[in-house]
Design a protein around this ligand. Structure first.
Ligand code: C2E
Ligand code: MG
Ligand code: MG
Ligand code: MG
Length: 283
């Protein structure tokens, strides 16, 4: 009862005082304390090869459980954290937590972590990543950083220098949400990506919509030509999956292949299953 009153009061203020500015200010403040208050956790979504269905790794996705408002979606709070700069310490927490989790797995699965523009351009980003790898003991070859194009356009020179430093460490870099930015093709040429992630909006109904199919085939052709594996995001149906497999898309991610889940649930799902698999082979 008290909780729902709190929520109503909050909504009232949002309307009374100019929704955007005020609620953003409140959220900025809350985000600055959310790491220390243990309000964040990560969920992990499987990435699988499309020919054999083999699990190759997980993407870490950030979740914020607000004490009064419940789960707030990253689409809502990440832009606020980026604008206030809070994304830098939050992103460091994400990297550290994800690398620590992966270092504890029994198999050598890879871990993909989203890095925002502000973080990529923050002071000594590559050194921070290097330190986290040393602290957690994760091999750099198991870490992949996902970057959207908007991260690159701010300051191309600096972005390129940082990406090169990361690659020197042995980390892989994936272009996230491919096709949704303004200059996907020139960015693909200018930056040393190791993987293309086609945005889920292009995968929707790819098996029944000729236009979507044409675009996806073209991206797969670019990947083949450049020698870069392509991952399809947001695979939701068996029809989408069979289209992608038939067109030789190498990797998939999406609800049809596995939902994002907390670390404890993975133990049974992916990672233990891998172990069982190798036990069975040994027997
Ligand atoms: P993204 O990196 O492109 O992540 C994929 C998003 O698609 C995730 O949303 C995931 O839950 C969702 N998704 C996965 N499979 C499906 C599917 O089959 N259908 C549909 N409709 N959606 C699917 P989520 O977790 O809400 O994250 C949204 C975005 O927020 C991410 O997009 C990423 O840009 C950002 N984000 C999430 N975690 C972090 C983080 O730790 N750091 C930063 N900087 N950004 C993050
Ligand atoms: Mg991503
Ligand atoms: Mg994406
Ligand atoms: Mg996205």
């Amino acid at each position: 009862r008290a909780k729902s009153e709190g929520r109503d009061t909050f909504r009232f203020y949002e309307h009374a005082m100019g929704l955007e500015a005020r609620s953003r200010r409140i959220m900025e403040h809350e985000l600055r304390h959310a790491v220390a208050r243990n309000e964040f956790h990560l969920v992990y979504q499987p990435q699988k090869t499309l020919d054999s269905g083999e699990l190759i790794g997980y993407e870490a996705l950030l979740r914020w459980r607000h004490p009064e408002r419940g789960n707030v979606s990253p689409g809502t709070f990440i832009p606020v954290a980026e604008e206030s700069g809070a994304i830098v310490p939050i992103g460091e927490w994400v990297l550290k937590t994800a690398c620590q989790a992966a270092a504890g797995w029994k198999s050598n699965l890879m871990i993909a972590v989203n890095v925002s523009a502000v973080q990529l351009h923050s002071m000594n980003f590559a050194q921070t990543v290097h330190r986290i790898l040393l602290e957690t003991g994760l091999s750099p070859h198991r870490l992949e950083i996902e970057i959207t194009e908007t991260a690159l356009v701010r300051d191309m020179h600096r972005a390129l220098a940082t990406l090169r430093q990361l690659k020197t460490l042995g980390i892989r870099v994936a272009m996230d949400d491919f096709g949704t930015g303004y200059s996907s093709l020139s960015n693909l040429r200018a930056f040393p990506f190791d993987k293309i992630k086609i945005d889920g909006s292009f995968i929707r109904q790819v098996d029944t919509n000729e236009q979507a199919a044409t675009i996806v085939r073209a991206v797969l052709g670019i990947g083949r030509g450049l020698g870069l594996p392509v991952l399809a995001e947001g695979v939701e149906t068996s029809g989408e999956l069979s289209f992608l497999a038939k067109e030789l898309c190498q990797i998939g991610q999406g609800y049809y292949l596995g939902r994002p889940s907390p670390l404890d649930d993975l133990q049974e799902d992916g990672i233990q299953a891998e172990e069982k698999h190798s036990d069975a082979n040994a027997a």
